[in-house]
Structure formats: structure tokens, C-alpha cells
Design a protein around this ligand. Sequence first.
Ligand SMILES: Cc1ncc(COP(=O)(O)O)c(C=O)c1O
Length: 422
Amino acid sequence: MHHFNYVKGELYCEEVPVREVAEAVGTPFYLYSRRTLTHHFRVFDGAFASVPHLTCFAVKANSNIAILALFAAEGGGADIVSGGELFRALKAGVDPAKIVYSGVGKKVEEIDYALSEGILMFNIESFQELEVVNERAARLGKKAGIALRVNPDVDPETHPYISTGLKENKFGVDIDAAIEAYSRAARLKNLDIRGVSCHIGSQLTKLSPFLDALDRLKILLGRLEMEGIDIRYLDLGGGLGITYRDEEPPHPSRYAEAIVDAAQELPVTFVFEPGRVIVGNAGILVTKVLYTKQNEGKNFLIVDAGMNDLVRPSLYKAYHAIQPLTRRRRRTIVADVVGPICESGDYLAKEREVPDFQPGEMLAVMSAGAYGFTMASNYNSRPRVAEVMADGKEWFVIRRRETMNDLVRGEVVPRSLKKKKE
Ligand SMILES: Cc1ncc(COP(=O)(O)O)c(C=O)c1O
């Protein structure tokens, strides 16, 4: 369920006409619905009410601190993959004891930062990382909570770029090597083994890969118990898909039922790292048509948002629905909706049947709340767009549009390159 609906032909986000925001902040911009965000978080978290658990929102999906603060207020934790994400989570008020740190390439400074803040656990992805985290913890006189991210070698049946749980992927430690890694960890004095973690991919639309992974993890947990290694947290990662077009992913309550059914006897606190399922359908990208044209009989709508603002179509051939801000009867055309970036891959929709939009009209790129703004760049020296949150009848800018000065912030022209005055 989301809160983007037409009222008398006008697209609203909650009780706010999207056009009103567009007229005030200009285009393009991201617009999120607070009610949708809260609802999605509660549905997911609530689905696991019968077992001890922590819902650690995957910050990479949407890292705006207003959104993180909203989930923190709901009792959520955070799944981070960098020092920057840790900084954001802390700034938003996330309890460090509810933060898990994933990622294959944690740097020493980032490890130190996380240790000094006292996060719940590092999801360790290699033997070398075990040694480094132990060594840094020793230096700081701390014990690092750890889980080993194991790679269960199951096919999540999603786009190869967002599949992470197959043997050939770079993520995690091979499940067959996990016992050896845990034995190694048990001998390192500054590590406190807390959990087992796993994340097999994103935008999963079936339950079976999750359950296959869980079966393998249960076997591992049994073996660890025999080795006398105590596991208190089972982190099952994120990955639950959403409907962008006609996908029918399991509802979080079905996902939860299946997991709880398969694992409720385990004496662990479950950790989940949902991203997309919480924020994906809670946000849109609003853009304006600049020009329309035909090349070789093909229609193009040139809009003011590009792949630097929303890269998912270019990167994954992802589908995002395109909807008008004002709906009225008119003919439709088949067109490519493209941005202003100097790349042929810069598009938001390809060969799509859309209303016959005219220059100056605004449209909404739907389901853009996850991996939208967080993957935005300044390519072509385009300032990153504003982010806005609607809340009932009100709306707030939660990130102002970047300025030209933001574009060059931190850049320095060496004196020797400065043009001398004649
Ligand atoms: C380790 C980890 N956890 C959680 C997530 C969130 O995944 P999703 O947004 O599909 O729920 C990701 C995303 O790829 C991830 O890499």
C-alpha cells in the first residue's frame, strides 16, 4: 500500500498535490510519503512480532537522515556498509547497539569508527577481515561483536547485478569454509562471536531462495553448536522484492510466516536488513518534459531528470512506471523517455506507451524511493536534486537542491594554474 493517488485527476502524495510541491521547489525532485514509510516499516517489523528480532533498515537503499530518523523512532536499527552510512545512522539517532556493518571492503578507519561507537556486530566477509578487526579491536582495547557473512550458494533468481549469494559472487565466506573461519575467530581474543549472517540478493520475488538459504544456515548452526560456538543472532539480510510493474513478490507477512515456521525453534534473535521493500514504493521522482522530438520516426520525450538522478533503468534495465501529474483524456504515444545526459544509455523508460506529454508538463517516475537518490551522482555537473517528504497536508524539504557552489565544493585550483593578470 502507498499514498500516491489521483484526486480529481491530480496526483497527490498523501494530502499534498504533487504539483504544489513542484511549483515550490522546481523539478526534478524526489518526493516521499511519510505515512507509506511508517506503514511499510511497521508491516515488516510487526510481521516478526512472535520472535525476538531486530529490523535493521539497509541504509544504502535510502540514506536521507530524516528517513533514518523516522525508522529509528519506530525502534529500528541500521544495516550499514561504510563509515559514511554509520555517520548518517548515528546522526539520525539510531542506537549503535542496533547497527550491523556489512560490506566486503571495510577500511581500517571505518572499523575503528564502528568499534569506538560500539555497534552490535561486524558482518565479516573474509578471513583477512577477521584478523584486521581483531587487531584494531585489540589496539582500541575493545571486543568486536562479529558475525560471519556466509555465502550459501543459492540462486536468488534476480538480476545478476543484484544477486549476491552465489559462489561466484564476491560476497561472504564460502559456507563450506565457515566452520574453519569460526574456529579461527574463536581463537582471536578481541572478537566476540555473536552471529551468522547472510544476504543473497535484492528484488527477490520468490520465497524459495530465502528458505533454501535458511536450510543451509540451520545446518551450519547445528555444526557450530557441536563445536561449542555460541550463536545469538541470525541475520538473514534483506532482499524482499516489490512491485514495479507486474511482479508479485510475497507480502512481508508471508515472508515472515515462512521464516518463523522454518526457524522458530532456533534460540536466536533474528536480524533483518530490509531496504527496497520499506522505501521503494514510498517515493517518486518528479520531472518535467523539456522537449519532444522524433528521430527516424521514433518518439523521444526529453525530461529534466537523467541517469545521474535515477540510474536504475540505465544500470539494470529496471522498469519504473511513468505517470502524469495531471490525468486527462488524450491520445497516447510510444516513446523513449530520456534525460539530458550525454550518454545513449540515459533513459528512464524505453518504448513505453505514455500520454502525449507536451513541453512544460510534469510527470512522476514511480517506485523510486529505493536506490534512487542514494545512487545519484553529479555526472555532467548536474546538481543533485531536492528531496521532499509529505506528511498529511504538510510537506518538508528534507534535502535542499544542490547549488552550483556545491558542485565545486572542495575543489582547488593550484596557484601555478591560476591565470596571471597581464
Ligand atoms: C548486505 C545487504 N543487506 C541488505 C541489503 C538490502 O537489500 P534490499 O534493498 O533488497 O532489501 C543489501 C542490498 O543489496 C545488502 O547488500
